[in-house]
Design a protein around this ligand. Structure first.
Ligand code: SAH
Length: 480
């Protein structure tokens, strides 16, 4: 067959000499072009991956083993982006998404994939990252099957929805279409819990009734930019935060009265001031409008008060499992001093404090640290203390001052561990070490360096974000 022999010629020309970086022979392709494609696997963002004349092609919404028709949306030197136009041969694991808006906004990348296969994907993504970075001994790592949810919907305890007013006066609240500022109204969102959505919809109604000015991005006018609701699984309490374009909040009194009357579950109403055009959702200043400063959540028998800015895991049911896995992996029997690094409101360290001599933790958000220290008191814990600052600056200081931990939990953001943090860990070498990761790429990369002193006993993935491509894992490490 002619095409296959010319294919082989290409291959020989490009790969006969050992330069893997040499670009694939220029593929003539343009934006808008359509062609059929067979999908080979899912990439780390949950998108289908196929090869168009050997050029890697990313197709959101396509599944492995499918034959699809795609339309090219972006041509780059080493890859193509394409949109899914038609599924000619569907995967047996393709399911009808629950959400009409799925695919339009972020957060539903895998809703068209059956849940057991979503769980497999999450383990596979970790495998792919290990293959890419090859930390020492990676071929022998144990990757346990992902721990999923019984009902993988309605789990998110927080909604952070942008608000806009359409030309006909309608107020909408939801999320942006990926990579744009086109807001998609989300009266329903299968991943949100009911409390967060009910309150947002009611607030939108109130804003309309009271004609509170809604932020207008184009003119920089108006007030209400974002509505944030967070609910407590244990107590049912809801906290509302209005993110506003100025300190002024017109019709504040009437708004608070309506909330009191119609939304008794709302126990805390806050305002965060974030003036002007900015890509950040939150501004620096948060003030209380009415009620409490916090809502209270319970995890593993401990109470946690949460202020608006403080991080809390978004899936309460899975958080319990995540922490149980972290505790199991830490296997504390003799540990004396634990560091709860990237602590948020101290959930991990405080849950473990009664098994330890002393707990120290740190986080960069001062409000989270205030919450953590207050939460220690709230739970009658007197051997835990939390500090504001970066893990990479505080841990070396503590060690320099003679305070050496023998147990360490790190739970960094997507960027993974800072270089100084890794160096400090390699220097201190705590006996017990658990790495909780929300990004397999940075995890695999960090494990390359950590491999000098630690081996990986196992990696346990836990599905914190069903229907999305996000992956969370607990890694048990042992000192070599
Ligand atoms: N362990 C907590 C929070 C994990 S999220 C929990 O399970 O709830 C990661 C946290 O790291 C966030 O609270 C963020 O504010 C914090 N953070 C980000 N960069 C940091 C750094 N360099 N040092 C310490 N904390 C950091």
């Amino acid at each position: 067959m002619k095409s296959s022999s010319s294919y082989n010629e290409h291959r020989d020309r490009n790969f006969s000499h050992n330069d893997r970086r040499e670009p694939v022979e220029e593929v003539q392709v343009e934006v808008g072009q359509r062609f059929p494609l067979t999908i080979k696997r899912l990439g780390i963002n949950g998108e289908g991956i196929g090869y168009y004349k050997r050029k890697i092609t990313f197709v959101p919404g396509a599944l492995p083993d499918e034959v699809v028709v795609v339309e090219v949306t972006h041509v780059a030197a080493h890859f193509l982006n394409a949109s899914l136009r038609q599924v000619r041969e569907a995967s047996p694991h393709r399911v009808e998404p629950h959400d009409a808006k799925a695919g339009e906004v972020g957060g539903f990348e895998l809703e068209h994939l059956a849940y057991p296969q979503q769980l497999e994907f999450k383990r596979d993504v970790i495998q792919q990252s290990l293959e890419r970075y090859k930390p020492r001994g990676w071929q022998h790592f144990t990757l346990k099957p992902t721990i999923g949810m019984e009902n993988p919907y309605h789990y998110r305890n927080k909604a952070q929805f942008q608000v806009r007013q359409l030309e006909d006066g309608t107020i909408i609240a939801g999320l942006y279409k990926e990579g744009t500022h086109d807001l998609v109204d989300l009266p329903e969102a299968g991943t949100q819990n009911e409390a967060t959505l009910t309150v947002i919809r009611e607030l939108v109604k109130m804003l309309g009734e009271l004609e509170v000015p809604i932020y207008d991005e184009e003119h920089g006018s108006g007030i209400i930019k974002t509505l944030v609701t967070r609910s407590s699984e244990a107590t049912g309490e809801v906290q509302v935060t209005f993110v506003t374009n100025s300190k002024k909040l017109p019709r504040k009194r009437q708004l608070l009265e309506l909330i009191k009357k119609r939304l008794p579950q709302v126990v805390s109403v806050m305002q965060n001031v974030n003036p002007g055009k900015t890509s950040l959702v939150w501004g620096d200043e948060t003030v209380k409008l009415t009620g409490q400063d916090y809502i209270t959540e319970e995890l593993l028998g401990h109470k946690f008060q949460l202020s608006p800015r403080a991080f809390l895991q978004l899936n309460p049911k899975q958080t319990t499992k995540l922490y149980q896995e972290a505790i199991k992996a830490l296997g504390l029997t003799r540990a004396n001093r634990l560091v709860d690094a990237y602590s948020g409101v101290g959930t991990i360290g405080l849950t473990l404090a009664d098994k330890l001599g002393e707990v120290r933790g740190m986080d960069t958000i001062p409000e989270a640290i205030d919450d953590a220290n207050r939460n220690a008191a709230l739970n009658d814990i007197d051997n835990a203390e939390y500090f504001t600052g970066t893990a990479e600056s505080l841990l070396p200081q503590w060690v320099a001052n003679g305070w050496r931990p023998d147990a360490l939990v790190v739970d960094p953001p997507r960027a993974g561990l800072d270089e100084t943090m890794i160096d400090t860990i390699l220097q201190v070498r705590p006996e017990k070490f658990v790495y909780i990761s929300c990004n397999p790429s940075t995890l695999a990369k960090d494990l390359v360096e950590l491999g000098e002193a630690y081996r990986v006993d196992y990696i346990q993935s836990i599905d914190m974000f069903p229907q999305t491509a996000r992956v969370e894992a607990v890694v048990k490490l042992s000192r070599r």
